[in-house]
Design a protein around this ligand. Structure first.
Ligand SMILES: NC(=O)c1ccc[n+]([C@@H]2O[C@H](COP(=O)([O-])OP(=O)(O)OC[C@H]3O[C@@H](n4cnc5c(N)ncnc54)[C@H](OP(=O)(O)O)[C@@H]3O)[C@@H](O)[C@H]2O)c1
Length: 310
């Protein structure tokens, strides 16, 4: 039975625990400890209780897990304490699964290289499109070189653009997104394109085999988009979408108009979509891009892949 240490025990962490107990025989794994900002819990319990003081370093020493599952909040300043914890894990023979995208958006190549060098695995499906297999899609599209990726990677902005297309103002659409729990109280990182850019950084490094960091390519969100421009596009048979784009020449996040033949034309509401074009073919997937259940399921799917892809 694999021993799991959970870093973070919020919406995703708690749902991950529920899923793990539901599918424990398929996954052959159990929670051996949980660490949050409040301290460390040893063993498994639905409600967090602090058994000992300490952070992730102390927890790794005490729990001695086989796998660290990082469901902690994103820290875009320096990716800590996750990045240092991952390095320590790789050096101690521990695999890492994360739904927290900050460490990989900031330091993808260094993290993946170190894991590879030390023979460890990193599962990160939950960092892009949650449980919709974007990252893990690439694991089953091997060998052929990826030429281009395009995505609608942020559900909040897609929801707002869909409502605006249907005649609702930006402010009302944002209020509705907050009411429905799609937008954070402070939605800045969604609206200004940062969140989509963080996901595009991970996808570009992973699928186009690049070494880019967040901040090294331009990104633009939907804050400046007027109702007039959406209506003008509609009259011309087009829809405005916030698109993350990368090929070997260009990487960017920007609002773009798409026509009805584009697979993204029908991606409405909070759905996400990704189109991957390689030397042989183009594949488009769509599905939910957020939500604690689908994010927890992403980590579960990584854990299962670790088991079957020895
Ligand atoms: N929810 C989604 O729809 C979704 C989808 C995809 C990816 N994600 C990502 O998954 C992660 C978790 O999301 P969530 O919705 O579960 O967040 P959340 O409910 O806010 O929970 C975050 C957890 O991280 C812990 N934490 C924060 N900093 C820590 C530190 N330095 N050391 C130890 N623990 C720390 C918090 O500890 P305390 O309990 O002590 O505050 C809390 O338990 C985030 O990175 C998020 O971006 C979320």
């Amino acid at each position: 039975m694999k021993r799991i240490l959970l870093l973070g025990y919020g919406h995703v962490g708690k749902t991950f625990r529920e899923f793990l107990s539901r599918w424990s025989s398929e996954l052959d794994a159990q929670i051996a400890g949980v660490v949050t900002r409040r301290g460390i819990m040893l063993g498994d319990n639905p409600d967090f209780r602090k058994d000992i003081e300490g952070g992730i370093n102390e927890a790794l020493g005490k729990v001695k897990p086989d796998v660290l599952v990082d469901t902690s909040s994103a820290n875009y300043k320096d990716g800590e304490p996750s990045i240092s914890a991952y390095y320590r894990c790789f050096e101690s023979g521990i695999d890492v699964i994360t739904t927290n995208k900050a460490p990989l958006a900031l330091n993808f190549t260094a993290i993946l290289d170190k894991a590879k060098k030390l023979g460890r695995r990193v599962g990160f499906q939950g960092t892009v499109m949650s449980g919709t297999p974007s990252i893990n899609l690439y694991r089953v599209l091997p060998v052929a070189k990826v030429r281009r990726i395009r995505g609608i990677l942020n559900g909040t902005t897609n929801f707002i653009l869909t409502m605006m297309y249907n005649g609702v103002s930006f402010d009302e659409a944002l209020m509705e997104a907050k009411r429905k729990g799609y937008a954070e109280e402070d939605p800045t990182l969604d609206l200004n394109g940062f969140d989509a850019a963080a996901k595009l950084t991970i996808l570009t490094n992973w699928m186009l085999n690049r070494n880019v960091k967040l901040g090294q390519f331009p990104f633009k969100g939907i804050e400046g988009i007027s109702m007039q421009s959406i209506e003008d596009a509609k009259k011309r048979g087009l829809k405005m979408k916030l698109i993350a784009y990368a090929d070997d020449k260009e990487i960017k996040v920007s609002p773009m108009e798409v026509n009805k033949d584009d697979p993204f034309f029908s991606i409405d509401g909070v759905d996400n979509s990704l189109e991957v074009t390689n030397e042989v073919q183009s594949v488009t997937i769509r599905g939910p891009g957020a939500g604690s259940e689908t994010a927890a399921y992403a980590a579960i799917s990584d854990l299962f892949l670790f088991k079957v892809m020895k």
